[in-house]
Design a protein around this ligand. Structure first.
Ligand code: LUZ
Ligand code: MOS
Length: 752
């Protein structure tokens, strides 16, 4: 993140997160009382010991909720505080308020619960067998799959499982709620979705949305974990504030955050794929069993994205893919960078791996032969436009000297018994737009002050991805002024209303476009003032390099002077801008539509070195060729690609959620949940495809947040490749993450 202004403040510890805020006097601290087992029925709450601890202690339960006791956004199946039956370990049953954090914790431990423990469901396949689903299955189909399979020369079927993933944002979740003027409430929330929190708080407090103001300050990371699930913590703080009349802070400790909040969905999938004798893919069938957890959350949207990405970066003419949302007794799984896409990519890559093995094809050749080309149809009927699957993959193969590398690795493997090297490539194709069409909208409010400085508010939440930096640069370029004159203001529902979460990689696309629209409006008003003063036509004038140009030539009329004059001439120097992504639609019943504004392409190659005795391995190198359009800030996009690769590789080969048989999370600390660090990462070489501006997003750029996550999946298949070299006698297995333990078990199979 060198060269990014904000990084200096971050490494110097100057950035203030919610937990760093000074609290007003007499604030209370809130702590939920968590459900002690995965499934139970609440029979009674005895708060007497907790209340006796300290006069500041209050204990609230479902009956204290003044509005609707419900935070489920898509399906109303998630009470704020449980009533009757609860569904996962850590589900909030009651809320304790106390004068400080440690008192609140002590008091919460003294709350006595009377309950009946019920038998939990933990596994998605078990849940499916028991008929425990959240919503009916979703499907996308194209062509006649049965007929296509009948034409195939090689068909392979199998199963691919992928585990969940802890978000591990550096800043845990939390909120501060304060009584507002006139009976309302003001919330500071670590959320990606201020309008979502506003709606949830209004609902549980029984207030109009206009009485709830939500600010999302700079977050210490989110990765999707704060898209939907920030609402619970904000609503609990708001409830505490409402009941006590005092400011209330709720902030999760790391271990509680790990235990109580949702993560990436685990999936278990049955697949069947077929090709003709030349290895051209003809048909794909898959049933995705999504472990959705105890309530709906964003699961249907996530499942939709899984189905959209079921074909990966490949052309497969006849497809039938179905997704099942299995209700289990784990904390509701939620959005996480990639949003169901990575799970789909793991399945199609597993299917191609199995197909290459069965057909005797080179795995890279098989992939190359089937890459998407211009105009190919996705199963949902959209055509691939400005398709760069081949361009990025061919460049990657050249850049990584693939043929040579493969030879080197094979030679190494034939001369080394105890160590094996492996390599794999993965092409990616990721659709940009919220899969829920109405969410693809955003607003901006731009003020130009009379001294020529500019303030921009949008719905975008800054969480480290530098969306503020991109918006600042977009505004500065549009107005032709130095970026130092532009400030991006804190994100609040009071400035821009009805915003979508900063998610789906669309933060700068949507909010940048809205800011552009507002700037264009102000610019045309300013140019009208300049035209009058210079005796010119507004159409001859432009704003550039801080001054007015007339047919490209300087006029001597500078930005600050123009603004000052416009102000004196009583010109409106503020504007609201709005953007709704054009041209997209989707009919979920038919499984048809132009679901995405555009797609992002790229390809990665990863090499690994495996210790064939111990099952441990090291990522040696990773090369990436990424389609980033015209980058608004090159170093920001590089950071996004590198970080996403690390997170994707962590999911693929390192990070393992361990649940006990009764649904309790056992990997609830950083000593039991292994996360990527600098020593885990390989030599990383990232190249951006140049000269490919994207006409569908702001200033020719492309969304960059999520697509590169999928590159990390190559690490799984690179380890698998090395395992094959060590045990050519064994079939492959598709069970992500590929931990050293699993690698060792595989190496030792049948060798007592
Ligand atoms: N959130 C969402 C997302 O609500 N809809 C989406 O399509 C999406 N995609 C990626 C990440 N978050
Ligand atoms: Mo998301 S997974 O909050 O883009």
């Amino acid at each position: 993140m060198r060269g990014i202004p904000e990084s200096e403040r971050n490494v110097a510890g100057l950035t203030r997160y919610i937990d760093d805020r000074e609290l007003p006097a007499r604030s209370l601290f809130a702590r939920p009382v968590p459900a002690p087992c995965a499934r139970g029925r609440l029979l009674g709450i005895d708060a007497s010991k907790a209340l006796a601890l300290h006069p500041s202690v209050q204990v609230l339960d479902a009956r204290d909720v003044p509005g609707e006791n419900q935070v489920g956004g898509i399906v109303s199946d998630e009470p704020l505080l449980a009533e009757g039956e609860w569904g996962y370990v850590g589900e909030p049953l009651a809320l304790v308020l106390a004068a400080d954090r440690s008192l609140a914790r002590e008091a919460a431990a003294l709350v006595e619960l009377r309950y009946e423990e019920l038998e939990p469901l933990v596994d998605e396949r078990e849940a499916a067998a028991a008929g425990s689903f959240i919503l009916p299955p979703q499907s996308i189909a194209s062509g006649d799959v049965a007929a296509a399979f009948a034409r195939c020369a090689v068909v392979v079927s199998g199963r691919a499982d992928s585990g969940g993933q802890e978000h591990l944002y550096l800043e845990t979740q939390g909120a501060i709620a304060e009584p507002g003027e006139g009976g309302g409430v003001r919330i500071l929330s670590s959320t990606q979705s201020p309008s979502g929190v506003q709606r949830a708080v209004a609902r549980v407090l029984g207030l109009p949305m206009s009485q709830v103001e939500v600010e999302a300050p700079r977050l210490g990371g989110a990765f999707g974990g704060k898209e939907e699930q920030a609402s619970t913590w904000a609503a609990l703080a708001a409830l505490g504030c409402r009941r006590s009349g005092l400011p209330v802070k709720l902030y999760l400790e790391r271990r509680d955050d790990m235990r109580w909040t949702g993560k990436r969905h685990p999936y278990s999938t049955d697949f069947r794929v077929g090709a003709d004798a030349e290895g051209r893919l003809l048909a794909l069938e898959a049933d995705f069993y999504q472990n959705s957890g105890a309530s709906c959350d964003l699961s249907p949207s996530i499942l939709a994205r899984t189905l959209f990405h079921a074909v990966g970066a490949y052309r497969i003419p006849e497809v039938r893919v179905t997704g099942h949302m299995c209700r289990t007794n784990l904390p509701p799984f939620t959005a996480f960078r990639g949003f169901g896409g990575p799970q789909a990519f793991f399945v199609i890559e597993s299917a191609l791996d199995a197909l290459a093995a069965k057909g005797g094809w080179d795995p890279v050749e098989l992939r190359r032969r089937n890459l998407l080309s211009e105009g190919d149809l996705f199963p949902y009927g959209q055509a691939a436009e400005r398709c760069l699957a081949r361009a990025t993959t061919e460049r990657l193969l050249a850049k990584s000297r693939w043929a040579e590398l493969r030879r080197e690795i094979d030679e190494f493997n034939s001369s080394h018994a105890l160590e094996k090297r492996g390599a794999a490539i993965i092409p990616i194709c990721f659709g940009i737009s919220f899969t829920t069409i109405f969410m693809n909208q955003g607003g901006a409010l731009v003020h130009v002050y009379r001294d020529g400085t500019v303030s921009v508010s949008t719905g975008a939440v800054e969480m480290g991805q530098q969306v503020f930096r991109k918006i600042q640069l977009v505004v500065a370029r549009e107005l032709g002024i130095p970026e130092s004159l532009v400030r991006v203001a804190p994100t609040t529902t009071g400035s821009v209303a009805n915003t979508s979460p900063t998610a789906a990689s669309t933060g700068s696309d949507i909010n940048g476009m809205a800011a552009l629209a507002a700037c264009a409006e102000i610019r045309s008003r300013l140019l009208a003032v300049a035209a009058a003063r210079l005796g010119a036509e507004a159409g001859e004038l432009a704003l550039e390099s801080g001054e007015v140009l007339r047919e490209g030539a300087p006029t001597g009329l500078g930005w600050a002077k123009l603004v000052a004059e416009a102000y004196l001439a009583r010109t409106d120097l503020s504007a609201h801008g709005f953007y709704a992504t054009p041209g997209i639609w989707y009919d979920p019943k038919a499984g048809r539509g132009e679901a995405f504004a555009y797609h992002v392409y790229g390809c990665a190659a990863v090499t690994v070195r495996l210790d064939a005795l111990r099952g441990t391995y090291r990522l040696e190198s990773a090369a990436i060729v990424h389609d980033g359009g015209d980058r608004i800030d090159a170093s920001v996009d590089l950071g996004q690609v590198e970080g996403a690769f690390a997170q994707g590789a962590g999911w693929s080969v390192l990070e393992e959620l361990a649940y006990g048989a009764r649904g309790e999370l056992r990997s609830d600390t950083l000593s039991t949940y292994k996360a990527p660090d600098i020593t885990f990462l390989p030599e990383l070489e990232v190249e951006f495809l140049e000269g490919r501006p994207n006409p569908k997003a702001v200033m020719g750029s492309k969304a960059v947040g999520e697509p590169p996550f999928m590159y990390g999946i190559a690490a799984y298949f690179a380890v698998l490749d090395a395992l094959r070299a060590a045990r050519p006698d064994l079939p492959a297995f598709y069970d992500l993450p590929m931990t050293p333990e699993k690698a060792l078990m595989h190496l030792a199979r049948g060798r007592g």
